[in-house]
Design a protein around this ligand. Structure first.
Ligand code: SAM
Length: 422
């Protein structure tokens, strides 16, 4: 708290500006540069840490990170802007005008919701995190729409709002270790399920590994991937549920931020809400929906193999994708799809299968040598083999690339040698 207060003095603001100019390079020289500019050692260290966190945060928040305040755990847990913005827009489209964010962290979701013109009552148990969330709302020009209270979210009077959002902490405070038991989340799972009963418009951010058995009856479960990485799942309850299951695939654009440097997506947000809300360079988004209970047909390995996006797999929508692609599984328990044609799809990567072998290291090595393959990418589903170990054991020396798919076909360990589908 003291360090944060120091950063908000005129001296602290100047130190942060100076730190932003030198962060990202050698930390010792950065600290020396600040001290030689007359910044006291303690303040220099604080400013450099914050500047470093802002640089890292650009991957999630683009240029908006430059004026936000972070803690390391707060940044790790924060929802990336593109995902928070989509969620907020869906809430606005459903007619929500007031929302409680129960456990708001640094406020990534609360700010996105407020940018849509929704009044947000945020509650955060940790005093420093709550102070940073309030400062982030002010920096975004959203202080009029966001109130942050430091306290226990489970005590919030939910009749004050139309909708609630909860993104429970899934890491232990202090150690940062991941929590897998939902009853150990904070707020805990039984509070969340109670919330769903009390407030029809409830939205819950959950781990993408969520057990389907925990999805409340009637709720929509949405899995989101960004740039091919599965980032989170959301439960949409009551009138917000549109389909039992949804896979949302966000294709990120070129990683260039507002100032032109690489490594951050370019989201541009104006300070004021709704009227001129985010003129983001919206990335392409694709959505697949369905009941999540259908089973894809099973057949032989065919000319093309599709590796479905992890959001499709986790949402149990592989059968819906199979129907779109006229594809089949080669093993009922493994989510690779096979088809005679290469159909362009945002929901899966497609490779052309050149060889199918029962798995044998020796045979694989011989075949890859014959083909002069020296570089392999290794994909796997349903195989216990370790890709890096296999890569070493193959001792490849050629100059040609290939993709290896380690899987099972009708229960038997199998390797597919593949090339990109043209
Ligand atoms: C996963 S983080 C929220 C991140 C936030 N959605 C974002 O994108 O920035 C969960 C937060 O809930 C807070 N928290 C946990 N239990 C709480 C409780 N009972 N009352 C209030 N806040 C709580 C934690 O301190 C943590 O900051």
């Amino acid at each position: 708290m003291e360090q944060f207060a120091a950063l908000r003095t005129a001296e602290g603001v100047a130190a942060l500006d100076a730190a932003a100019r030198v962060a990202g390079g050698d930390p010792l020289s950065a600290a020396a540069a600040l001290r030689s500019a007359g910044v006291p050692a303690g303040l220099a260290a604080t400013a450099l840490t914050q500047a470093e966190l802002r640089r890292r945060a650009a991957g999630k928040f683009g240029a908006a990170a430059e004026t936000m305040f972070f803690t390391r755990p707060g940044l790790e847990q924060a929802t990336r802007m593109v995902v928070a913005q989509r969620r907020a827009r869906r809430l606005r489209a459903a007619g929500v005008t007031t929302l409680a964010d129960l456990g708001c962290g640094l406020g990534a979701d609360a700010l996105a919701v407020a940018r849509e013109g929704i009044r947000v009552y945020a509650v955060e148990a940790d005093p420093l995190t709550a102070a940073l969330a309030q400062a982030n709302a002010a920096a975004a020009g959203l202080a009029d729409l966001v109130t942050v209270d430091c306290g226990d979210a489970t005590a919030f009077e939910v009749t004050r709002v139309e909708a609630v959002f909860c993104d429970p902490a899934r890491r232990r405070a202090g150690t940062g270790r991941r929590i897998f038991d939902p009853n150990a989340y904070s707020p805990p799972w039984d509070f969340i399920t109670g919330l769903i009963e009390r407030v029809p418009y409830t939205v819950v951010k959950v781990a993408p590994g969520l057990d389907h058995a925990l999805i409340p009856a009637g709720a929509e479960a949405e899995w989101v991937s960004v740039g091919g990485d599965l980032v989170e799942a959301t439960l949409w309850c009551g009138p917000l549920a549109e389909h039992p299951r949804r896979a949302t695939i966000v294709k990120e654009g070129p990683p260039v931020n507002a100032s032109g440097s690489k490594g951050a997506p370019s989201y541009h947000f104006s300070g004021s809400p709704a009227a001129d809300s985010p003129a983001a360079d919206s990335p392409a988004v694709h959505q697949l929906t369905g009941p999540g209970t259908a089973e894809a047909p099973v057949g032989p390995v065919r000319r093309f193999v599709y590796d479905p996006d992890p959001a499709v797999v986790r949402a149990h929508l592989v059968a819906e994708l199979a129907a779109d692609l006229d594809a089949t599984l080669a093993d009922p328990t493994i989510a690779y799809l096979y088809a005679d044609d290469a159909t362009p799809t945002p929901y899966a990567r497609c490779l052309e299968v050149t060889d199918v072998l029962p798995f044998s290291l020796k045979r694989l090595r011989v075949l890859l040598r014959e083909r002069r393959v020296g570089r392999v990418e290794i994909l796997k589903r349903g195989s216990a083999l370790e890709p890096e170990r296999l890569r070493r054991d193959l001792r490849l020396s050629g100059d040609q690339p290939a993709s290896l798919v380690l899987t099972r076909v009708a229960g038997a360990p199998t390797v597919l040698i593949c090339q990109p589908a043209s």
